[in-house]
Write a new protein. Structure first.
Ligand code: ADP
Length: 249
């Protein structure tokens, strides 16, 4: 599903990502962990096309996507969430979901003037899809709530919903558990597992080790921009090299 090969990214001569290679199999949940500054977010940005790499290759389902801009990578079936949710605060929850672009006819001026019935149908379908996304996330009770009024965890769920509106195959989640209370944390974990059950592939950056341990098939550890080790959550937990990386030795 995803292959990262010998990727290098430098910022003013500083190697944030250093000859990084790893693979993610389809229909799995993989955790990307490592101490602060290990290069996890930079790696996400490179995969999603938000940053250009200096060296190496990124493949999405065997297609080399190195030089593709973010929108083109999104069209190939990749969606991501951000560490700090990007919901539009003055819009309602459902409006935030309906805003996700998916080539609706209403965006085309000609259609919106001359083909009203088609635009209306598509708007209805878009609403239905947004509502189904809320059902999936168990957020229907918040449909008309302003995004600004949501709790931290609810904002994370909405962020996940925005990613899902694009029908992605591969979903990159940047710290889905950060700042989330334990009840909503369980819900987020359940949703990630449900996505896998629906055939999706998930890669997540996360500091909450319980979440990583409970849901991941595989964990990849980064340290100082490099690939350190990978394994099952249990293997990673008992790996002394991983502990050393976290202690900064
Ligand atoms: P992580 O997500 O694992 O905490 P990051 O990918 O955010 O790590 O950062 C890796 C390293 O690259 C850090 O030392 C960080 O300061 C540096 N870095 C990240 N983005 C930039 C940037 N845009 N300009 C300069 N340095 C950056």
């Amino acid at each position: 599903m995803l292959k990262v090969e010998n990727v290098v990214k430098e910022f003013d001569g500083f190697r944030a990502v250093d000859e990084l290679s790893f693979k993610i199999e389809k229909n799995t949940i993989t955790g990307l962990i490592g101490p602060n500054g290990a290069g996890k977010t930079t790696t996400f940005n490179i995969i999603a096309g938000a940053l250009n790499l200096d060296k190496g290759e990124v493949y999405l389902a065997d297609q080399k996507v190195n030089d593709y801009p973010a929108y083109q990578i999104a069209r190939l079936g990749l969606a991501r969430t951000f560490q700090i949710p990007r919901a539009l605060k003055k819009m309602t929850v459902i409006e935030n979901l309906m805003l996700v672009p998916n080539g609706q006819s209403g965006e085309n001026l000609f259609n919106s003037w001359f083909n009203r019935s088609r635009v209306k149908k598509e708007e209805a379908a878009n609403y239905q899809k947004a509502y189904q996304t809320l059902e999936f996330l168990e957020l229907t009770h918040l449909e008309d709530e302003l995004a600004a009024n949501l709790s931290g965890g609810q904002k994370k769920l909405l962020e996940m919903g925005r990613a899902l509106m694009a029908d992605p195959e591969l979903i990159l989640l940047d710290e889905p558990g950060a700042g989330v209370n334990p009840t909503l944390m369980n819900k987020i974990a359940e949703n990630i597992i449900k996505l896998k059950e629906r055939g999706k592939t998930i890669l997540l950056i996360e500091h909450n080790m319980d979440l990583i341990m409970n849901i991941c098939d595989k964990v990849i550890v980064m340290s100082d921009g490099r690939y350190l080790v990978e394994g099952t959550p249990a293997e990673i937990k008992s790996n002394p090299e991983v502990l050393k990386a976290y202690l900064g030795e």
